[in-house]
Write a protein that binds this ligand. Structure first.
Ligand code: UD1
Ligand code: PEP
Length: 437
């Protein structure tokens, strides 16, 4: 069944918002349970489409899963069904999301073989997997790709640690290589490693399972292989992308919102980047208070030139919040150049914002200039489909600020990353309804 959101915009929201656990961390640490035959308990798992699908795939793989409470699961990977891994069912199920790619590293590390169909995820431009496979090959694995079956396999007689310099700081690639290397023989050094909080959390969890990893949080990881890993307990951080989305929503709708328990120390430059758009953000212990603001003014650079916000590997600004920055800028005072460097098809949704009356010039697939309207002319309500997860939430924010009723279809693309977003926004006073179409 396809669902649509009906949104009556123009309401001011107010209240406390509790962020969900981080989707991209959950996908990594859930895959890591494959590294041990012992129970691993993970708390604060967001119960969103992508994560639930991964859990379902692990269950079919033979992992015993107990749900202790909402978002709190224990996984035990004593036996793995390699027949299923090579089956047609897996070729179909495994292709549904991006996160499944990260079962390869742990399977290769522990069993010396792993299989995966070409993974799904957002259609936001080319999404290469070269870094993953080059990393596995560096450790001694043989990589095969059957083009007609769209199926990858990695097998090794043994994995041997080595020094490697990654071609790019791929997030899921780094996670995959770490998970293979923790059980490889000897020392592995990964330079140009991604170091997002997702990766730091994965490393911390692996260390509590007995792995030996140094350099956590930096782009040089040194791993001493161990022969086996133990069980553990781990809690997923709040989702920094959801937190950024709510900052954007508060600013656009001139609302006063407190985002609870944000884990400030793991937000990097996200709060400061929104502040550069003139949005006031206050720290209150571990909560984030966003006061209601009639207007917000984009800062210029020191030399007076137009501000540019671009994405970069961590600790740079995350590409997953670029669409939100863009939509928020449409009602700021001033102009902004958005430069989405990593993905080439993530800005096309600006067409919809232009339909709603936003002043945006798409310069090329990577850059858009936004001329803010200073909340003087509201966006117009419209009907639209959500193209990808972050454009989806950006359009939802636009619809919440627009006068009148908007419809957003294809909201599966929002549900896969935001848990019950309609219910949680209604609690803040939003007029949003989920309708079956
Ligand atoms: C499930 C998951 O965790 N998904 C996240 C993960 O995807 P994922 O791990 O798939 O993304 P990668 O980090 O591999 O790369 C994303 C894109 O950026 C390009 N690239 C990457 C690194 C680099 O230094 N330069 C560069 O240009 C790649 O070529 C690719 O086109 O990281 C992305 C980048 O933060 C996020 O958007 C995704 O939400
Ligand atoms: C692009 C994203 O997700 P995925 O990598 O799962 O497609 C995202 O979370 O913004």
């Amino acid at each position: 069944m396809m669902n649509t959101f009906r949104i009556k915009g123009g309401q001011t929201l107010r209240g406390d918002f509790y962020p969900q656990g981080a989707k991209n961390e959950a996908l990594q640490v859930i895959c890591a349970v494959l590294l041990t035959s012992k129970p691993v308990r993970i708390k604060n798992i967001p119960e969103i489409q992508d994560v639930l699908k991964l859990i379902e795939i692990l269950e079919t793989l033979g992992v015993k899963i107990t749900k202790n409470a909402k978002g709190d699961y224990t996984f035990c990977s004593e036996h793995i069904d390699f027949d299923y891994l090579k089956s047609n069912e897996f070729r179909r199920d495994g292709a549904k999301l991006r996160g499944t790619i990260m079962i390869l590293g742990p399977l290769l590390g522990r069993f010396k073989e792993g299989y995966i169909p070409i993974p799904g995820g957002d259609k936001i431009g080319r999404r290469r997997l070269d870094t993953h496979f080059q990393g596995f090959k560096n450790l001694g694995a043989v990589f095969t790709y059957k083009e007609e079956e769209k199926f990858y396999s990695v097998v090794a007689k043994e994995l041997k640690g080595c020094y490697m310099l990654l071609e790019e700081a791929s997030v899921t690639g780094t996670a995959n290589i770490i998970m293979a290397a923790v059980l490889a023989e000897g020392q592995t050094q990964i330079y140009n490693a991604a170091c997002e909080p997702y990766i730091q959390q994965l490393c911390k969890m692996l260390c509590s399972m007995g792995a030996k990893i140094n350099g956590i949080g930096s782009n040089l990881l040194t791993i001493e292989g161990v022969s086996q890993l133990d069980g553990t307990e781990h809690t997923v951080l709040p989702d920094m992308i959801e937190i950024g989305s709510i900052i954007g929503l508060a600013a656009m709708t001139q609302s006063e919102i407190t985002i609870k328990n944000v884990s400030w120390d793991n937000l990097g430059n996200i709060p400061d980047t929104f502040k550069r758009l003139g949005i006031r953000i206050e720290r209150k212990n571990d909560d984030m208070f966003i006061p209601s603001q009639k207007h917000y003014k984009i800062q210029n650079f020191i030399d007076g030139s137009i501000l540019t916000i671009s994405d970069a590997p961590w600790p740079g600004f995350t590409p997953d919040l670029i669409s939100i920055i863009l939509v928020v800028a449409t009602q700021a005072k001033g102009s902004l150049l958005i430069h989405q460097k990593m993905f080439e098809s993530r800005l096309f949704f600006v067409d919809k914002l232009i339909d709603m009356g936003a002043q945006i010039i798409l310069c090329d697939p990577h850059r858009a200039t936004v001329i803010g309207m200073n909340q003087e002319v509201p966006l117009r309500a419209t009907n639209m489909a959500s193209p990808d997860i972050r454009a989806g939430i950006a359009l939802l924010i636009a619809a919440m600020s627009a006068k009148g009723e908007s419809l957003i279809s294809n909201i599966y693309q929002i549900d896969r990353g935001y848990e019950n977003i309609d219910v949680r926004l209604r609690a803040l006073g939003a007029d949003i309804e989920r309708i079956a179409t």
